[in-house]
Design a protein around this ligand. Structure first.
Ligand SMILES: [Zn+2]
Length: 263
């Protein structure tokens, strides 16, 4: 693969040997790449600033059999302020873990690269819980798991907007990936009920760029339902229950979990 340039975000960074680090990079050009940064733990390393956790960076790499090697780097954007705030750091770690676990190596996902960047920038000021929810839904959409919000996924028919507006609650099947009309819901196992506002929020997140979506004003009830729904979706369709999520949840409910299994 030889030498190549990449614009990257550092998703993970692990200490290796005396002075090296092994990085999981999410690159715009090549998707997820594992690379070694030699000597970066020395204070004299010129690479040090370019490969900090969550940095947006421009790198020159040598391709290797299992690990590439970072040979040069320049930080484009520094997100080190995240390390000074535990909850912001936990949110960034959670989103990075989702990307790491849901994407294969060396498969370019430029939309996801830019979503990740927007998310890291939003963490500076935005509402952290809302930012994580918007990120989850947009990630699912980009990776091909977009929930169906307008078509009944059991009967495969459109829900008219009049019918949707008249509903007191909406039914949703995580397994089938979308809304279920009240008639089909009667014969469908495992459907969950949500408020129409939760469905409306999801539609808004999908239509809007992340920067705008995270300005939505949502009730705590809607946020809770979004959390249940998206976590169920990620677990079922992406097969991920990220470890960092449990840590993140301890900020919200004292570690009582997500509520998904309580229904
Ligand atoms: Zn139906």
């Amino acid at each position: 693969m030889g030498i190549y340039k990449a614009e990257a975000i550092v998703l993970r960074s692990m200490v290796y040997r005396e002075s090296d680090r092994i990085l999981t990079l999410f690159t715009r050009e090549a998707g997820k790449v594992s690379a070694i940064a030699k000597g970066v733990r020395k204070t004299t390393s010129r690479l040090r600033g370019a490969v900090q956790l969550f940095s947006h960076t421009r790198l020159v790499l040598y391709g290797g059999r299992s690990l590439d090697t970072v040979s040069q780097g320049e930080a484009e954007e520094d997100f080190s302020y995240l390390e000074q705030d535990l909850e912001r750091f936990a949110t960034a770690s959670y989103c990075a873990e989702l990307v790491d676990r849901l994407t294969p190596e060396r498969e370019p996902q430029p939309k996801l690269f830019f979503l990740m960047l927007s998310m890291l920038r939003a963490l500076k000021q935005g509402d952290l819980e809302l930012t994580a929810r918007v990120f989850e839904l947009k990630l699912l959409d980009i990776l091909g798991y977009r929930p169906s919000l307008t078509e009944c996924v059991v009967g495969n028919h459109q829900l008219s907007s009049a019918a949707r507006e008249g509903m007191q609650k909406v039914w949703f099947s995580i397994e089938r990936g979308g809304v279920v009309c009240p008639i089909c819901a009667k014969n469908c196992e495992g459907v969950l009920s949500f408020s129409p506002a939760t469905l409306g929020a999801m539609g808004y997140f999908l239509r809007s760029p992340l920067e705008q979506a995270i300005k939505a004003r949502l009730s705590s009830g809607v946020l809770r339902e979004l959390s249940i729904l998206l976590q169920g979706f990620l677990a079922y369709h992406g097969d991920v229950r990220p470890r960092s999520r449990y840590f993140l949840d301890t900020f919200r409910d004292g570690g009582a979990g997500n509520g998904y299994n309580k229904k």
